[in-house]
Design a binder for this molecule. Structure first.
Ligand SMILES: [Zn+2]
Length: 198
């Protein structure tokens, strides 16, 4: 225990959330004699800039993105929010593995990788997309979000098949195909056509 640090940094009773978060961040670096309380840890994983971002978009888009945000947290409780390339994003084990943005026509999901969408090509056949972005204007199904995260995480980890079998992700049965969206026109992006082969 870093006694001198504690003496110099006493957290006052009734301190604000911001003050408590700041104290615990510093404490984990300087001392770490006790863990961050779980509730506070949950707050620390949230990025206020994402709330600010969501406050500026239309109510429909706000609801869609907020729902996606919740799904990502539910699927991957260890994930931390951040801003990457100026958009709301999610960091897992040090790597940015997902992000989203509001677009002029709806929303986009970014796996922050050029290969993830190819990996899940079957799941996203009905969606408008580019190599790096999946467009959507209704909630992304949980099974699809899970497959997107799973595919992205697997890329970076380079697991052996044995490790893969032991992964908590591969033990869950993934929905093989997501519901088609007949109202959606075929991929309209300049690179969309390439994504349709799979
Ligand atoms: Zn301490």
């Amino acid at each position: 225990m870093n006694t001198s640090w504690h003496k110099a940094h006493v957290l006052p009773k009734g301190a604000s959330l911001e003050a408590r978060i700041a104290w615990h961040r510093e404490h984990q670096k300087r001392c770490g004699c006790r863990p961050v309380p779980p509730k506070l840890l949950d707050q620390m994983r949230r990025e206020p800039a994402i709330d600010e971002y969501l406050a500026r978009v239309s109510p429909t888009t706000h609801a869609l993105l907020q729902e996606l945000r919740k799904k990502i947290h539910a699927l991957l409780p260890e994930v931390e929010e951040c801003i990457a390339y100026r958009i709301p994003a999610f960091r897992y084990e040090g790597r940015v593995i997902a992000g989203f943005s509001a677009t002029s026509t709806g929303c986009s999901y970014y796996p922050f990788s050029g290969t993830t969408l190819k990996t899940v090509a079957r799941d996203i056949e009905g969606y408008s997309q580019t190599k790096s972005a999946l467009h959507f204007d209704e909630p992304l199904p949980t099974a699809l979000v899970r497959n997107l995260l799973d595919a992205r995480i697997s890329e970076g980890m380079r697991r052996t098949p044995e490790e893969d079998r032991m992964s908590k992700w591969s033990t869950k049965s993934a929905t093989p195909r997501t519901r088609r969206r007949p109202s959606t026109p075929p991929a309209t992006g300049p690179r969309g056509a390439r994504q349709r082969t799979g």
